[in-house]
Design a protein around this ligand. Structure first.
Ligand code: NAD
Length: 306
């Protein structure tokens, strides 16, 4: 009886301590949201970007280069990757370009070996390569679904699998993956894409947990980016009822949000950033109320052919 009472007291004290500590941490984070800390320098870091040949990948490459990073560009379109590398060099940066189809595990393995001949290691990975078939679920071909999962999900897994061991050895690194708002809320016309982006977010959440719990004291950060629509042409027919609230993000702004997220060590970032709070709020609603709110905002993606 006394022993039971004693363990109950210890458990209650532990619980109170946990609540107090969580509250203090929350207050610190809130303070940091209002008064952000100085951004970490990333000069000299080596950044590998998949899908660096155009869109967000290319712009992120240029912005990292401007901050003194060396860039390794991967793309299924070698010419486009080389153009990005040339643009990086034109602004005084260092870059190399490789053809890589991230959906092919053997290709990723081979290109990772080639990269190791050019740079000593990779500090930051941007898992950016992705495709977005956009039409009703039943009109997706089997090949299209396979390709979407292979590039968007397995591509991220193969890349992380190649470079994470080096990061663990050096006890530091940063993994960034592009998810989407469609990876946080189901969205019509992009069912396989939505599934792939939910998977990316799940993969990153699980990786964060694994890195955090590792007993080797690793400083390996994981960042997931969930954009709404960025003006790269990937989303060809966005439907936006309130553009002042859910606006299309300019690709330069999108890249600077990603670079800032890396420099701050953020875990989950939405684009526009405040949509994160909106998402948290509507996710606790009962499903009929959730549907009503979603219908009110009437925002989504209209189907298109490519
Ligand atoms: N643009 C948006 O509105 C938006 C919104 C949410 C999420 N995202 C995500 O951001 C990422 C980049 O989007 P984007 O708009 O810059 O796309 P994009 O189409 O402009 O560029 C994608 C790049 O990936 C490359 N790529 C495609 N398949 C590849 C493969 N198998 N291996 C290697 N490279 C490959 C393409 O050649 C291209 O250079 C994607 O993962 C996308 O899902 C984009």
């Amino acid at each position: 009886m006394i022993l039971q009472l004693y363990s109950l007291i210890i458990m209650s004290l532990d619980f109170c301590f946990m609540v107090c500590k969580a509250f203090v941490m929350w207050a610190c984070i809130f303070y940091r949201t209002l008064f952000p800390a100085e951004l970490k320098s990333i000069s000299g870091k080596i950044v590998l970007i998949t899908g660096a040949g155009r869109g967000i990948g290319r712009e992120v490459a240029l912005q990292f280069a401007q901050l003194g990073c060396t860039i390794v560009c991967w793309d299924i379109n070698l010419e486009a990757a080389q153009e990005t590398a040339t643009e990086v060099e034109a602004i005084g940066g260092k870059a190399s370009a490789f053809h890589c189809d991230v959906s092919q595990q053997k290709d990723v393995e081979l290109k990772a070996k080639l990269v190791k001949n050019v740079v000593p290691h990779i500090d930051i990975i941007i898992n950016n390569a992705g495709i977005m078939p956009c039409h009703p679920f039943l009109s997706h071909s089997i090949q299209e679904i396979d390709r979407c999962i292979d590039i968007n999900v397995k591509g991220c897994i193969w890349v992380v699998r190649e470079f994470l061991p080096g990061m663990i050895e050096r006890k530091q690194g940063h993994l960034v993956s592009m998810s989407s708002i469609a990876g946080a809320m189901g969205c019509e016309n992009v069912v396989p894409y939505s599934a792939s982006k939910f998977a990316v977010r799940g993969m990153m959440e699980a990786l964060t947990e694994e890195m955090r719990r590792d007993s080797r004291n690793l400083d390996i950060k994981c960042t997931t980016i969930c954009p709404f629509v960025v003006d790269t042409g990937l989303c060809q027919r966005p439907r936006v009822k309130f553009p002042s609230f859910l606006r299309v993000t300019n690709v330069k702004d999108a890249a600077s949000i990603i670079v800032r997220a890396v420099r701050r060590g953020d875990t989950l970032v939405f684009m526009p950033e405040y949509v994160y709070y909106f998402w948290l709020l509507i996710k606790i609603l009962p499903s009929r109320v959730y549907d009503y709110v979603v219908d009110f905002f009437d925002t989504g993606l209209e189907p298109h052919d490519e």
